[in-house]
Design a protein around this ligand. Structure first.
Ligand code: ZN
Length: 258
């Protein structure tokens, strides 16, 4: 079988034997794959820095027809994820990798999702200066991921009866119900949180694919609430806590380079 070429983001690597790696990659043309990179850890291996976490580059993959690992025969680095001055941005990159790994099926190509993830990782790489826009960028990515994988929440009407939402004040959001709930439907349900009007407005903007996250500035209180809602929603979807957001929500920390 001929090797196939595509662009990929490195999501995870683990040692295999003394010198090889098993890498989880998200490919533009093939979706998520797990592949063996033979000799990846040898000095002067042909993979060099191309298999570092969150690196992007061209890969050559020999696909297995059934079961087993694919074989990564070549990888050439296009861009490496660089640590800038923001710990929040580094954690954000790890969060993107965790979500792509956890919420996509194997070998299910979604080029649009690849492009959104690639753009997000490139923005987070070498981040310097004010890191408050990182929250909007990550939530924008999360909504794109949820939409493309068929899990996008309803935010403009009642997810249960499709009726109108309360016009003012706080709105109920059902984590197990797929979005916002009207007053008639919210009673007696599990996993319902109450969302402030500014946070709901921000969520609607960031869920809208026509809106750039750069155009959604989030005051600190709204950013904290929005981050909490998305973390809870994603954890319900995965059935387990996410690894990174607990650290992300403490946010605003800066890396010191000596
Ligand atoms: Zn309802």
């Amino acid at each position: 079988m001929a090797a196939e070429k595509t662009t990929a983001i490195i999501l995870r690597t683990s040692a295999f034997g003394d010198t090889s790696s098993v890498v989880t990659i998200y490919c533009r043309d093939f979706g998520k794959l797990r592949a063996l990179a033979k000799g990846a850890w040898r000095p002067k291996s042909g993979f060099d820095g191309a298999l570092d976490l969150l690196s992007t580059g061209q890969v050559l993959v020999l696909r297995k027809s059934s079961g087993g690992l694919d074989l990564l025969t070549e990888a050439s680095l296009e861009s490496r994820f660089r640590v800038g001055t923001s710990l929040t941005a580094v954690l954000g990159g790890l969060h993107v990798a965790e979500l792509l790994d956890a919420l996509t099926a194997d070998a299910d190509p979604q080029p649009e999702l690849f492009d959104v993830a690639h753009a997000t990782v490139r923005r987070l790489s070498a981040w310097s200066g004010d890191d408050s826009p990182v929250t909007a960028l990550l939530v924008w990515f999360e909504f794109a991921l949820l939409r493309i994988t068929g899990h996008g929440p309803v935010l403009s009407r009642c997810a249960e009866c499709h009726g109108p939402l309360r016009a003012t004040g706080r709105t109920a959001f059902g984590m197990l119900d797929g979005g916002t709930l009207c007053d008639g439907c919210r009673g007696g349900r599990r996993g319902v949180v109450s969302v402030s009007a500014p946070a709901l407005a921000a969520l609607r903007l960031l869920a809208d694919r026509r809106v750039s996250p750069d155009d959604v500035p989030l005051p600190a209180a709204v950013a904290g609430e929005v981050r909490g809602i998305m973390t809870t929603l994603l954890s319900h979807l995965l059935g387990r806590p996410l690894r990174v957001p607990a650290a992300l929500s403490r946010g605003g920390r800066r890396l010191r380079h000596t």
